[in-house]
Write a protein that binds this ligand. Structure first.
Ligand code: AVI
Length: 327
């Protein structure tokens, strides 16, 4: 089977690395070629994503931060309106810049809860954990490294309180719309009546604003995409020449799909984990979707997954929306 990894060249016991290898080879042997954006986030990818969030064109973080900074009390009151004790679980917590406002507020108002950040990057979790312990007095924190649902299962073993699940930063947009619907259904199936979800969506807006956010002038988004090829070189004995690929971004206002690609500049053969991968000049690798929604689509996504939308908050420009869904 040509998609099998030559695992003898790799650490046999390292199942994460084996999965990475298998999924990379499957993606590069598909037509069209694709890679999964969840693999962007190694140490260098984490660093580049921090830089993207600080780019003037990348409005998403500023918008959601504005909601969490200016509307902390409203957010907290929806969470605590159900008077039973809760734990806060954050899927794809990253550096938790936005949720930190909420955590601080809940800690200041004497709520007793455990914060369980889940992320695929152990590197970002350890940075996060030491910062939050330093900055929020007495915060109970239990980091969980791994894929969302594996770690949600682990969180359910550790917590017997009502669950409030945060899924912020428009992370849902990094799934194809059908996969996002399936994700919401699965999330609902794993929660119980009374549990709450707080989810962040980037809204449809002027196409140029969206396209600019993903093709910043400083070229950081381009490096962020190319870093996955570099990661493959580092971890899977890849032989990509980064100069032979370029970043291309598109946004389709009809569907709300904002997509990134890497384009091969020449005909070339690249070895990855010992397997030859052929590229034609101008052939693309599909890298990431950042889907944009309108409020009606968000409501119907909630309903098809059997959640009840109970409230939402937006930033002052109406560019970003955080919605509460009740189980
Ligand atoms: C993490 N995620 C929501 C980001 C986004 O906007 O899709 C990742 C990203 N890709 C390029 N820029 C930012």
């Amino acid at each position: 089977n040509s998609t099998n990894c030559p695992v003898d060249a790799l650490a046999q016991t390292d199942t994460l690395l084996e999965k990475f290898c298998k999924e990379v080879l499957e993606g590069l042997q598909s037509k069209p070629k694709r890679l999964q954006s969840k693999y962007f986030y190694d140490k260098e990818g984490d660093r580049l994503f921090q830089q993207i969030m600080a780019c003037p064109e990348y409005y998403l973080t500023d918008c959601e931060e504005e909601i969490f900074r200016n509307k902390t009390k409203e957010l907290a009151s929806i969470i605590t309106s159900h008077s039973s004790p809760f734990d806060l679980i954050e899927l794809g917590a990253g550096d938790a810049t936005k949720s930190q406002y909420l955590l601080q507020y809940l800690a200041d108002t004497q709520e007793t809860f455990t914060y369980m950040p889940i992320d695929i990057s152990g590197n970002i979790l350890s940075i996060l954990e030491s910062r939050l312990k330093r900055e929020i007095n007495g915060l109970n924190i239990r980091s969980l490294e791994g894929e969302y649902f594996d770690m949600l299962g682990r969180a359910a073993e550790l917590s017997h309180r009502r669950k409030v699940v945060l899924f912020l930063g428009a992370n849902i947009g990094n799934m194809e719309p059908q996969a996002a619907n399936a994700f919401c259904r699965e999330l609902r199936a794993r929660l119980k009546p009374g549990d709450l979800v707080l989810m962040g969506f980037d809204l449809k807006k002027h196409p140029k604003l969206i396209l600019d956010a993903y093709s910043d002038r400083a070229g950081i988004t381009s490096r962020f995409n190319l870093n996955l090829l570099e990661r493959i070189n580092r971890e899977l004995d890849g032989e990509f020449n980064l100069d032979q690929f370029e970043h291309y971004q598109s946004y389709d206002p009809l569907t709300g799909a904002c997509r990134s690609y890497l384009v091969s500049k020449t005909d070339q053969e690249v070895l990855v984990a010992g397997q030859p991968i052929d590229f034609r000049q101008d052939e693309i690798i599909s890298m990431e979707i950042s889907q944009k929604y309108d409020p009606e689509e968000i409501t119907s996504m909630a309903k098809q997954a059997d959640f009840m939308p109970i409230g939402y908050l937006t930033d002052s420009r109406n560019w970003f929306l955080d919605t509460f869904w009740q189980c």
